[in-house]
Design a protein around this ligand. Sequence first.
Ligand code: NCD
Length: 327
Amino acid sequence: MSSENIIATQQFTGSMLREFFEMTQKMPNLLNGRLSSEEESMYLLPRKRVVLLFFEPSSRTFGSFAAAADALGVGIIPIVNPKFSSMAKGESLSDTLRVFGGYGQVIVLRHKDSEEALKALPWSKVPVINAGFGAGQHPTQSLVDWYTIWDHFGREDNLTLTMVGDLKYGRTVHSLAYMATKFNGVKLNFISPPELRMPEIVKKYLTTKGVSYFESSKLDEAVLKGTDVLYDTRIQREKFPNEAEYRRFKGTYIVTPDIVEMMPPRSIVLHPLPRVDEIHIATDSLPQARYFDQSDNGVIVRMAALLRMLKPELFEEFLIPYDSSMI
Ligand code: NCD
């Protein structure tokens, strides 16, 4: 298995992330055609191909990976509908990964079952990027999230993040919490209904790494006034055992301008999107509302992620190889 798989955010290091963010910051010039042809050739990757294997609904992650590949001159092989893939004929995921590793140099995989995806990984002969594995992790979303934070605050240390919503099934918050351990002085607040708390395994990891967290079901002023980043999430309807269970939690927290007003002036509101009803649209026009900038950042961050896999010589820092204790 390639050590350059990107599967879990525990694989990152603080210095690797800072280098990665600096690379990301260079990407808008390439994206917008503002580089000389000599500079451009440093980053362009003609004749490389990325396989986008998306076996669960996706629009932003798929679209931004496709846009990122296009901007780098990388061809895409999109396999997006499991009904029309050989998996519908009963092919195993490990066979699918083996086959598609022959068609491109990197595989971007989204799958609804984290365990199944992890089990199949060793069969891939090319690096795999986790684009969302079940209720497990979504590491490139965390790269997008923390790049947006770093770009706004001009730093990555000494920040307080408040994660709100479905912390049990939401893979973006799992990855983001693990990533918080890579920086200094980050504090976490986990706000969710008691039934949808952050998994114990994540909290245990935070404790072993000395990251402090506060857990509550109330999104109140005491929490909000100390929040730099309010990270709101959707109740993960499709991951509930049934619709009635989901309906118990729908609409539990709704971010409105009144909520944002309780936060410090330089704070921001993020959301991995799609939102359903958990951020009121009146919030969108506030300067703190940065979730659409965050989704725009998906393209430049994924350009840097593809470069990391396809042109590693541009980077000095290493990723920690994935091992099965991570998720
Ligand atoms: C997230 C996901 O798929 O986990 N979306 C995304 O990739 N931006 C969040 C979600 O679906 O709620």
